[in-house]
Design a protein around this ligand. Structure first.
Ligand SMILES: [Zn+2]
Length: 172
């Protein structure tokens, strides 16, 4: 089942999400529905606030179009930059909740990611880089009410300001 995607201007996207206390079959089903929603919208990641729920749940699938689906479901994920030589890297991002805007965002290149999967197993991944690192940081920002457009340059912000205002209009 696909779910309606919450878009820019909705207060749900600005709230800090609550930890998941117990991984129930209902929550796993919700995650499956989030994946279906994400695939239909051609996204690579989706956080629960984007389907209107302020809980700490994210789904990611970085498989290429011609490849088999390779989904991961992350309950209560945490991400932090790795210590040491860890330069910021800039790359273009977009967001299913902020349609038709793409802009560069700088983020640490190496991150440490932990989460609990749908089987209740604790996963600990060190030194993640590339698209996975970027996507994990973008999606986890959603759980803290942060959107990628908060992190773009002033120039990109100015270019997109009218689009953002239009999107937010009428939402409360
Ligand atoms: Zn997003």
């Amino acid at each position: 089942m696909t779910l309606p995607i919450t878009t820019y201007g909705s207060p749900i996207l600005r709230k800090k999400s609550e930890p998941v206390k117990e991984i129930t079959p209902d929550l796993v089903e919700l995650a499956q529905n989030m994946l279906e929603t994400m695939y239909k919208a051609n996204g690579v990641g989706l956080a629960a606030p984007q389907i209107g729920k302020n809980i700490r749940l994210v789904v990611i699938d970085l498989a290429k179009e011609e490849e088999e689906h390779d989904p991961i479901i992350l309950f209560n994920p945490e991400v932090e930059p790795e210590d040491g030589d860890n330069p910021l890297v800039s790359a273009e991002e977009g967001c299913l909740s902020v349609p038709d805007i793409w802009a560069n965002v700088s983020r640490p290149s190496h991150v440490h990611l932990t989460y609990t999967n749908e089987k209740g197993e604790k996963i600990d991944m060190r030194n993640i880089t590339g698209k996975f690192a970027r996507c994990a940081q973008h999606e986890l920002d959603h759980l803290n009410g942060v959107l990628f457009v908060d992190k773009i340059s002033a120039a990109d912000r100015a270019i997109n300001e009218s689009k953002l205002k239009k999107m937010a209009k009428g939402k409360k």
